[in-house]
Structure formats: structure tokens, C-alpha cells
Design a protein around this ligand. Structure first.
Ligand SMILES: *Cc1c(COP(=O)(O)O)cnc(C)c1O
Length: 383
């Protein structure tokens, strides 16, 4: 199941870099998440933005997941890959009219509204189609996700969601927006959250707001607590499948649902991160004054997380079993931030060796660009 020397022969003719997906591990992850959720009656919407590769999407939706989409094209792709449109949530602070119309045409589960002007616009567009749009209010709960500032979304200074001081206005507005039906409250506080106490805190805020709306006559059928469960980037081999049991237990123990109210989740990274590996070949080993550079043929255009967030990925040389040397592993792109890691220990490395950058299944391929007019990396699958 792991990426190791045994793969090398199979990969000999394949141009690098490429994303390698272990579909067996994806299956195991999807099944574990679904099992732990089903046990508790929870509904899962896979966050398509983490990885929208059709091969992966088909497998995820075949297991019964809904989709959490952040663009009209993600809605279209998810439907093409077999999702039930009645299980699509649509989030994002800047939905265009054409994207909203796409959602209306498919009769999606919920538009997660992030502002009052957006609610007004969805109402207008729904009226034009003589439809009722089911919506959630995305609440900014002012919870610190204790993660990188670029992937923290639930603090009051972030652009996401509607804050508590606007709720009276929201309720007032809803009275005149006759083509909207409020079905759910929605929260999403950030990504790569490994401290589960953040979710305990989220539960306590969600309970508070759930009760606030209930007391004002909104007996909502759904509560949606978003995604954000982190994965083990340090040691993917020991923790290939995230601990969904502990994660859902936090909610089981802390969330207060009203009778018949259903709890929804939007996991992205936790479903796909560990099944993907970026495979590259070494172009050159360059001796600097006091450091050695391994220059690989993958760059920040293929996997931008280290350059964008200072993210750590485990890097392995799967061709060599010589004794260890300390290297910086860098890409070919004309930016100093095009560096995958510094001062790491790898077996002595030579031109042509295969370098595996692990845990790259989430926010990897989807963020690939053609910067420097490079090609978008291909995908290779374990089957
Ligand atoms: C990005 C996002 C998710 C998924 O987050 P992960 O950390 O990948 O689980 C879920 N919901 C919303 C609204 C998002 O924007």
C-alpha cells in the first residue's frame, strides 16, 4: 500500500512529476469516515475543493457522500461524478448569479449564505425561476482554529460568515424574502485542526446559536459544522487514516440537537490528503557553500502548500538506501519560495532518483498552476 521501491519499475516510463493516488487507502478512509458517521446518524458532504479529481470524486460519491462546493463548476463536476444534487451544499462569500442559478437548477440541499446582500440576491434569482431556495446562515462563531492564519476562517476578523450582531437583521430580512427557506445553520472555523478542543469550543458556540434561533421560532432541520479535521503530515505511515471516531465523538458528546435535527459535516483534507503523493525525479544534486541542494523536477506550480503556507510534507527518496546526508529539497521555479524543505535527512541522493512528497492528496493537484508555463502534473492510480 505504501509508496516504496517496488513502485519504481512500474513508473519507469512515466514522465515526472505526477500525482500518485492510492485508491485502496482512499477506500479505507472513505469507509471509515462513513461508518463512524452513519453510526451516529451524521451526514457527510465531501469538500470538493480539497481534490476534484474525477476518479477520486466518483469513489467518494459512490460511498454515499454529498458534496460541499465553493463554485458553480464544482457543482457541475460533482454532479458529473455521481453526487446526489440533493446532498450539495454551496458555500463561498462571492457566489456569482450564474453559479447561484446552477445551484437553483439542480435543487441543491443548501446555499450557505455569507451575507445579507447575498441572501437578497439568491431570493431574487429564485423568484425569477419560481423556486424556493433552501439556505443556511453561515455563522462566524469567533472561534480560534489554532491553525495557519491563511486557513483560519472562524474569527470575527475573517471575511467569512455572518456575525452575531447581524442576526436580528437577518431574521427581519427573512420575513420579506419569500423565496428563501432557512433550513440550517452552518459553521466552518478552519482547516488542518489537530487540537480537538477547537471542536469542543465550536460545539459550545453552535449550541448557543442553535438555541438562539430556536427560541425565535426557527426549528431548523439541520445543523452543519463544516470540515477542518487535520491529518498527520509528520508521520503518514503510522497514521494513514485520520481518527474519525474521536472526531465524531467530540460532537456526539458536546452538540445539543433538537428532536429530528440532523448534524452535517464537510470534511475535505481528512478524506483525501494521505492517499496522494507527489512523485518527482532528481534533476541535479548541487553542492552549495555550506549546503547541498536536491533539485527535483516538481515545483511550487505542482504543489504550492510549502510555499504558500510554510506547510510541511514528509519527503522520501525511494530509490536510494545509502547512508543519510542533509539536503535542501528545491524545485526548478524562479522563486526562492520554491523549496519543499530545508535541512532534511535523506539517503545519499543522485540524479534520476525518485523523490516522494507525501500527504499531497489535499490542496495539491487542485492548486496546480502553469506558472513558468510548466505543464499541469498528470495523475497515476494504484489500480
Ligand atoms: C474548505 C472548506 C471545508 C473543508 O475543509 P477541510 O479542512 O479540507 O476539511 C469545509 N467547509 C467549507 C465551507 C470550506 O470552505
Amino acid at each position: 500500500m505504501t509508496v516504496n521501491k517496488s513502485n519504481i519499475e512500474k513508473w519507469a516510463g512515466i514522465p515526472t512529476p505526477f500525482y500518485y493516488y492510492n485508491l485502496e487507502l482512499l477506500k479505507q478512509t472513505v469507509e471509515t469516515a462513513a461508518l463512524e458517521a452513519n453510526k451516529r446518524g451524521y451526514v457527510l458532504h465531501y469538500a470538493t475543493k480539497a481534490n476534484a479529481n474525477p476518479v477520486l470524486l466518483k469513489q467518494i460519491f459512490a460511498a454515499g457522500f454529498g458534496a460541499d462546493c465553493v463554485s458553480g463548476n464544482e457543482i457541475l463536476r460533482s454532479v458529473q461524478c455521481g453526487v446526489n444534487p440533493k446532498l450539495i451544499t454551496f458555500a463561498g462569500v462571492g457566489k456569482t448569479d450564474s453559479e447561484i442559478n446552477t445551484g437553483l437548477d439542480f435543487g441543491i440541499f443548501s446555499f450557505n449564505c455569507e451575507s445579507i446582500p447575498e441572501m437578497e440576491n439568491i431570493d431574487t434569482l429564485a423568484k425569477a425561476k419560481n423556486k424556493i431556495a433552501d439556505i443556511s446562515i453561515r455563522i462566524n462563531p469567533d472561534v480560534d482554529a489554532k491553525t495557519h492564519k491563511y486557513i483560519s476562517t472562524g474569527k470575527k476578523e475573517n471575511k467569512f460568515g455572518i456575525s452575531a450582531w447581524d442576526f436580528e437583521k437577518v431574521i427581519d430580512k427573512l420575513k420579506s424574502l419569500n423565496n428563501l427557506r432557512l433550513v440550517s445553520l452552518h459553521f466552518h472555523v478552519g482547516s488542518q485542526i489537530t487540537d480537538l478542543s477547537v471542536f469542543t469550543e465550536l460545539c459550545s458556540r453552535a449550541n448557543h446559536f442553535n438555541q438562539w434561533f430556536y427560541e425565535r421560532g426557527f426549528h431548523l432541520e439541520h445543523l452543519n459544522v463544516g470540515g477542518g479535521l487535520g491529518i498527520d503530515y509528520q508521520d503518514p505511515e503510522s497514521n494513514p487514516v485520520p481518527d474519525f471516531a474521536s472526531y465524531f465523538s467530540v460532537f456526539e458528546q458536546n452538540i445539543q440537537l433538537y428532536p429530528n435535527q440532523k448534524l452535517h459535516f464537510e470534511p475535505g483534507r481528512s478524506i483525501v490528503a494521505q492517499c496522494g503523493t507527489l512523485i518527482s525525479r532528481v534533476l541535479y544534486v548541487k553542492e552549495g557553500k555550506d549546503r547541498k541542494f536536491v533539485i527535483v523536477d516538481a515545483g511550487m506550480s505542482d504543489l504550492i502548500r510549502p510555499a504558500l503556507y510554510g506547510a510541511h510534507h514528509r519527503i522520501e527518496n525511494i530509490s536510494s538506501d545509502k547512508s543519510s546526508v542533509i539536503y535542501d529539497v528545491v524545485g526548478p521555479i524562479c522563486e526562492s519560495s520554491d523549496c519543499f524543505d530545508k535541512d532534511i535527512s535523506l539517503p545519499e541522493t543522485r540524479r534520476g532518483d525518485f523523490i516522494a512528497i507525501r500527504s499531497a492528496g489535499a490542496y495539491g493537484e487542485v492548486m496546480a498552476s502553469q506558472y513558468n508555463l510548466r505543464s499541469i502534473p498528470q495523475s497515476v492510480y494504484s489500480e
